[in-house]
Design a protein around this ligand. Structure first.
Ligand code: NZQ
Ligand code: ZN
Length: 394
């Protein structure tokens, strides 16, 4: 195993009625004015925004609101948010929503706390030195942004979806009430669960020969638990224990715990999805499911034993004649599970008909215009990326 650092400064407030604690939590931050940032309307329709506003009013904290964040959140609204916050003297951002709203809040936080255009950070021209403090009220178990150091923003100019990691954006607090997720459409529940699983699987498929055994076992257990909970939540959307399991897994899967003692993970599937999300606006978790099996079949020969371990310990398949046979059974079983929760396992199942030219463009953009390779389990160049898109196409 490798040496590691682990830092998760987010104060988690978990459970029923935790929303009403938001006023006090913000007051503890000692801020003057809050931006309440939200999405396309679910938080308004459910009455959540009213509850949040009331809690802030009770403790006398001033606030303004900005909604309209869309999945694969856009740079345009981020810039609008930065200008609004400057004008209004905002010094704390409260994200009420899922990964998209939290990520949009983080981007506004970077822009507000620093000089210059915020995209410079996502374009990796320089690292953001600071970020305006952020808190989150989570409404979907998925991206893990509530405890992660990441944010992902889409620039409408070129439809580039780009991620940025920095310790300074981690949420000061995250309020997690599983009952808030009862209203999720089944597709979002499933897509979110797939993303949770992928955050652990990206780290599990490491290039390190002897990853930490404890981390492996935590990962395998988290994956089995998410498969059980998402199945239960799809059957009964108001199954509190299943929703709670998913919500906590969302955070634990992406706060760094699942990568302790490894090399930080592979992340090729995420890079492959980010190009699909940027160009075709697919749900992130669904896009991951659509490419994972093709990625797995392409890279598995580099270390069949690792995939065989996954097959037996996570998917519960019987070992075959050798590691390769077991590994292939595990990949088939994972895809069958994704299908069982209504997720695509090929790109055309999301209604996207990729042409040769499309696949070449996606591969080119995925290498940041031929300036990088992706993945650690196997390092993939532009041609290898193209091959995976082709395998995943239909
Ligand atoms: O906008 P509203 O109306 O709220 O609807 C949302 C949205 O349509 C809906 N929704 C959320 N909570 C709901 C609800 N509908 C009913 N009831 C509720 N309680 O669900 C839809 C999806 O929301 P979104 O925030 O986009 O979901 P998710 O959390 O999956 O976030 C996806 C984004 O996060 C990025 C993805 O790339 C994508 O852009 N990621 C962020 C990461 C991070 N910051 O660490 C890591 C991930 O790998 C991921 O890349
Ligand atoms: Zn993800």
């Amino acid at each position: 195993m490798l040496d590691f650092e682990y830092h998760t400064p987010t104060h988690v407030v978990f459970g029923k009625h935790s929303v009403e604690k938001v006023g006090n939590l913000i007051q503890e931050q000692g801020c003057k004015k809050v931006l309440i940032h939200y999405g396309g309307g679910s938080a308004k329709r459910s009455g959540l925004l009213d509850r949040v506003a009331k809690s802030l009013e009770t403790v006398g904290v001033d606030y303004i609101m900005l909604g309209g964040v869309v999945p694969n959140p856009r740079l345009g609204l981020v810039r609008e948010g930065i200008a609004l916050c400057r004008k209004e003297g905002v010094d704390f951002i409260l994200a009420v929503g899922g990964g998209s709203v939290i990520d949009s809040s983080k981007a506004i936080g970077y822009g507000l706390a620093n000089e210059g255009d915020v995209w410079q950070y996502y374009a990796k021209k320089q690292a953001p030195p600071v970020c305006t403090p952020i808190g989150a009220i989570l409404t979907i178990a998925a991206a893990g942004s509530e405890m992660s150091d990441s944010s992902v923003i889409t620039n409408e100019d070129g439809w580039l979806k780009r991620g940025l990691s920095s310790e300074c954006c981690r949420c000061k607090f995250a309020i997690m009430d599983p009952t808030l997720t009862y209203t999720l459409p089944a597709y979002q529940t499933a897509s979110g669960a797939a993303d949770i699983m992928m955050h652990t699987m990206e780290r599990y498929f490491t290039a390190v020969d002897t990853p930490m055994s404890l981390t492996d076992q935590l990962a395998e257990s988290l994956l089995r638990s998410v498969m059980k909970d998402v199945t239960a939540a799809l059957k009964n959307p108001e199954d509190y224990d299943a929703r709670a399991g998913l919500m906590w897994a969302s955070s634990l899967s992406h706060n760094g715990l699942m990568g302790c003692g490894t090399d930080g993970g592979d992340w090729a599937s995420h890079q492959l999805e980010h190009e699909l999300g940027g160009k075709y606006d697919v749900a992130h978790g669904a896009g991951l499911c659509a490419v994972w099996g093709s990625w797995a079949r392409s890279v598995m020969p580099a270390n069949p034993a690792r995939f065989a371990k996954f097959a037996v310990n996570v998917m519960g398949v019987e070992a075959g004649a050798d590691d390769t046979e077991t590994a292939n059974r595990g990949i088939d079983a994972m895809e069958a599970f994704f299908q069982s929760i209504g997720m695509p396992t090929r790109i055309n199942q999301m209604g996207i008909d990729l042409s040769e030219e499309d696949m070449r463009e996606l591969a080119y953009k995925c290498t940041y215009m031929d300036t990088r390779k992706i993945g650690k389990f196997v390092s993939l160049d532009r041609d290898a990326i193209y091959d995976i898109y082709k395998l995943a196409r239909a």
